[in-house]
Ligand binder design. Structure first.
Ligand SMILES: Nc1ncnc2c1ncn2[C@@H]1O[C@H](COP(=O)(O)OP(=O)(O)OP(=O)(O)O)[C@@H](O)[C@H]1O
Length: 243
């Protein structure tokens, strides 16, 4: 289900430690669309995602989400965006269930709504058996699934996933793909940043490739047979052959 634009990024730039990390970046994203964000180490992916999650302010440019200026209204990000950063921020002394309720409350839900939402996501991600387990004793893959659950708990309009398959076993990678497609089918937009091109080919509708902070490629992807072509574009850009 692909409808009208949800996210519009217009000429966004941001320096880090005095150097350009993202420069003049523009792209848009529709509801129901899954976007793969690719680029070599240091290309600017995490910086871009942090700005889209409302955790880092662009120095210039504009980001609209659902037609509202997101940069000057941080509350929009809190309610409408779910973000799984590269290292999910978890509290070792809180249980799995307590995390989910706390994240849902932070996203503006009432206590009753938060409990219901936590139950839903625990069931969907098959985390029910771990609900009372403290985050500090979870395995790496379990921590990653909890981070994903925290990003999903308020059914965000924009779901941002930074290397979500990290530490997941092959069964859980399959589950992750299903969850991503389910969220898109429900009308959310999803951004998936990964170094695994096969993950992009498996779940994404479109691909953006960043290089040295700039957008170098933005094109649709069909899930059948585009792996070799994507790899070609990626390596051409990464090695400068496409300059
Ligand atoms: N906290 C920070 N302080 C200073 N510089 C930073 C910081 N985070 C990122 N940078 C710099 O900004 C640039 C873009 O980094 P970013 O983390 O956005 O890239 P990335 O594409 O996510 O890389 P990777 O694939 O290695 O995760 C890099 O030059 C990096 O060194």
């Amino acid at each position: 289900m692909i409808e009208s634009g949800l996210l519009n990024v217009q000429s966004v730039s941001r320096r880090r430690a005095g150097r350009s990390a993202v420069a003049d970046l523009s792209f848009s994203l529709n509801r129901g669309e899954v976007l793969g964000l690719l680029g070599v180490n240091g290309a600017g992916k995490s910086t871009t995602l942090a700005m889209l999650a409302g955790a880092l302010r662009p120095e210039s440019g504009r980001i609209d989400l659902g037609g509202r200026d997101f940069v000057s209204q941080p509350d929009i990000a809190r309610r409408l965006v779910g973000w799984l950063p590269e290292n999910a921020p978890l509290w070792p002394e809180l249980s799995v269930e307590e995390h989910l309720v706390a994240f849902a409350r932070l996203r503006g839900m009432t206590r009753a709504q938060a409990r219901q939402a936590a139950d839903g996501v625990l069931a969907r991600l098959q985390l029910g058996d771990l609900r009372r387990r403290l985050a500090g004793v979870l395995s790496q893959g379990q921590r990653q699934r909890l981070g994903l659950a925290c990003a999903l708990v308020h059914a965000p309009a924009l779901l941002i996933l930074d290397e979500p398959a990290n530490a997941l076993d092959p069964v859980q990678v399959g589950e992750l793909r299903k969850v991503i497609r389910e969220r898109a089918a429900a009308g959310a937009a999803v951004i998936l940043s990964t170094h695994v091109l096969a993950e992009v080919v498996a779940v994404c509708d479109r691909v953006v490739i960043l290089h040295e902070g700039r957008l170098r490629y933005d094109a649709p992807l069909s899930r059948e047979g585009d792996g070799a072509s994507l790899e070609h574009h990626f390596f051409s850009i990464a090695t400068g052959a496409a300059a």
